[in-house]
Write a protein that binds this ligand. Sequence first.
Ligand code: BDR
Ligand code: CA
Length: 311
Amino acid sequence: MKKIIIDTDPGQDDAVAIMLALASPELEVVGLTIVAGNVPLDLTCRNARMICDLAGKPETKVYPGAKKPLNGPQVTAEHAHGNSGLDGIDVFDPITPLQEKDAIDFLLNTIEEHPPNSITLCPIGPLTNIALAITKQPAIKTRIAEIAMMGGGYFIQGNVTPSAEFNIFADPEAAEIVFRSGVPITMFPLDVTHKVLANKKRIECIKSVNNSASMALANMLSFYGKYNSKKYGEDGAPLHDPTVIAWLIAPSLFSGKACNVEIEVNSYLTRGATVVDWWGVTGRKENATVINEVNADGFFQLLYERLANLS
Ligand code: BDR
Ligand code: CA
């Protein structure tokens, strides 16, 4: 069983990722570390706890992390996720507790206490918490098994600026620290996530799993789908974040290639861009596997099957 920490800013697509992980026997979710992103930190913490309740897993450990990016103004995404961050369902007061320990200390202690290369980090929000942990204790870099993260774009460049994807744009300095860390990275950019569309038929299949988790997800994705279909003209919302978790469970559904990826932090026009050397033209060292292909039907089949494991 692979031990993972999901670093997250829920978000409807984060909710799918968290539930898929909690429902999968191949993965042990050691904890959720929470970051400000789609909405401010108090709401992302509450949302993560609601998701654990809805999954029937209130024993999941949820740790509060960074309120603000390392540098620059805070960017949020209520335009996509609604004011609660989980629009599509009614907000409630969750029973899953918020741990007192800070996310950065939890990350550091957990990585130090486990054997080297036994903890996989799964950031699916801005990379602030991961960058803070690496900066505070650089020695942990050699103990992290890998980082599997959602963020960036190459052929599809950006979704919040013409050049930048939300998770990277929300904290480019943090992303730069992570991509220069030397930890093995597998990156799930917009190029692959826009091939995993939650259309009406697939949302109906999620609903027909017929438990509290699947009903809540179907309602969230109906809301999320409206915004996305209007913006992109695609048949349903891209399920960005769960690609990371699906890959950990069923890597054969995906393919990509090893590339050099650098983060643009300075430019007025392209701040937050992921500069992916897809064709290997720079001679810069490969630092990430960039995923660009997915078997979408296989992905959804996996999701329906796993959601049925939740109560
Ligand atoms: C990413 O940004 C957030 O809005 C989503 O949750 C996802 O992590 C997609 O750009
Ligand atoms: Ca997210």
